[in-house]
Design a protein around this ligand. Sequence first.
Ligand code: AMP
Ligand code: MG
Length: 519
Amino acid sequence: MLKIHDKFNKELPADSKTENSRRQVTNACFSFVTPKKTAKARLIHYSPEMLGELGLAEEDVKSNSFLNVFTGNEVLPNTKPYAMCYGGHQFGNWAGQLGDGRAINLGEVKHNNTNWALQLKGAGETPYSRTADGLAVLRSSIREYLCSEAMYHLGVPTTRALTLSLSGDRVLRDVMYDGNPDYEKGAIVCRVAPSFLRFGSYEIFAAREDIETLKTLVDYTIKHHYPYLGKPSKETYIEFLKEVGRKNLDMVMHWQRVGFVHGVMNTDNMSILGLTIDYGPYGWLEGYEHGWTPNITDSAHKRYRYGTQPQIVLWNHFKLVNALYPLINDVAPLEHMLKAFQDELGNAQLSMMKSKLGLFEVDENDSQLVQELETVLQGSQTDMTLFFRNLANLEKEGAVDHLSTIEEAFYNPNEIIDRLEEEWKNWFSKYQERLKKEPLGDAERKTAMNEINPKYVLRNYMAQLAIDAADRGDYEPIDEFYRLLKRPYDEQYENEKWFAKRPDWARDKVGCSMLSCSS
Ligand code: AMP
Ligand code: MG
């Protein structure tokens, strides 16, 4: 049995209207809603780890009630589901009220002294659905379900997922926004996090000059999620902003480390807890390219490309700082904080890249060594995951041909060796010299690097394989990838085939390298 422990919908102001019509909701943090009944729900997968975290047992999964609750067909006793109100900056511009257009919170659960909010994504309309239907398709639900759990096992702060279910309803979507809509299978993911509050949850009240609700929400957030910061005060609010900034900086450094590109880093998709949230048209770097984004909706400006993600976190954080300004009314400490974050960003980026190279000591030329590597990597169409994983095999003293250690990572090895052999050799000789200044021996360094550089990630084409199979009614690949990605840093000899470059067929395929926000 779930131990319900609701706080959000008990302590914060609710929308006074309860009918489910689309509207602007003011002076409230959420609206009560009831999930939509589905035609023929079916559970496709669940996360045993998440089940345990919530205090549920494998036995519970078999009950009808489990299926009904996590597909919105049954409301848990003593709960009142709700959709959250928030706004956001989308692609650099203030977009006004957004809110949970197709996410419905079931309630909060307490287990082992941890609080979890349970949320169904794709469970029907809410007052925030604007012009859309409140539903989600199987394709995007598989992507969110698999990726959020995979990120967790990679050690990246993230929201989690408990279940993936079919709704049994059909959902109309125009995948490429090119006037070719088609019906797809509807699905519902139950996702889980200590809180789904976003930067946009605060921005909406600042934009509406509703300082009272803004303060209520900030105080609530500190009380429950940052209790160690102490009682509300100007100083506490500044510390709160620092903590949120730090957490998000830490999160984005993990993204850069594993090669994850979020794709839609709007402020409504930035968690107040520094969790990766709202898995939409995300992607994984195949070729190491700072300019890559999976999101075709953003292909003109590439605002949310791999290389800009850390700066975008700071941009978003600046928007949050602005939103909380009315509670602080003092520019100097905030300017000081923002400046400190800029400096911290540079340091964090360097130490993250150094750790991927197995360099843990300080050396004044490290920044240049990293820069030179990035230049030659980007010129070489090099698979990021293969490169860093194989790099760990290099020997400090060895006189072997280093290129052969990492050659497998090149998408066009012959062409690269013809064109860039000198550059690569130069870099390797500097790297090898630098390694000699590290106390770790080859074997120890390899172990350390292999805990930082994953062997298995949810490559874009892998998610698409799982989706294509599921469309045919075969849900086995979802389970295969789920199990594979539980141990992303381990050698898994039976799964070596997933430690491979993107196959040619997937290079320009929709869903593999090009994704839209349609979901
Ligand atoms: P996203 O790009 O998924 O972060 O969504 C941006 C906004 O659009 C959020 O307010 C979502 O709740 C809303 N939204 C996205 N898809 C739908 C949908 N199918 N129905 C209703 N609202 C949606
Ligand atoms: Mg969103």
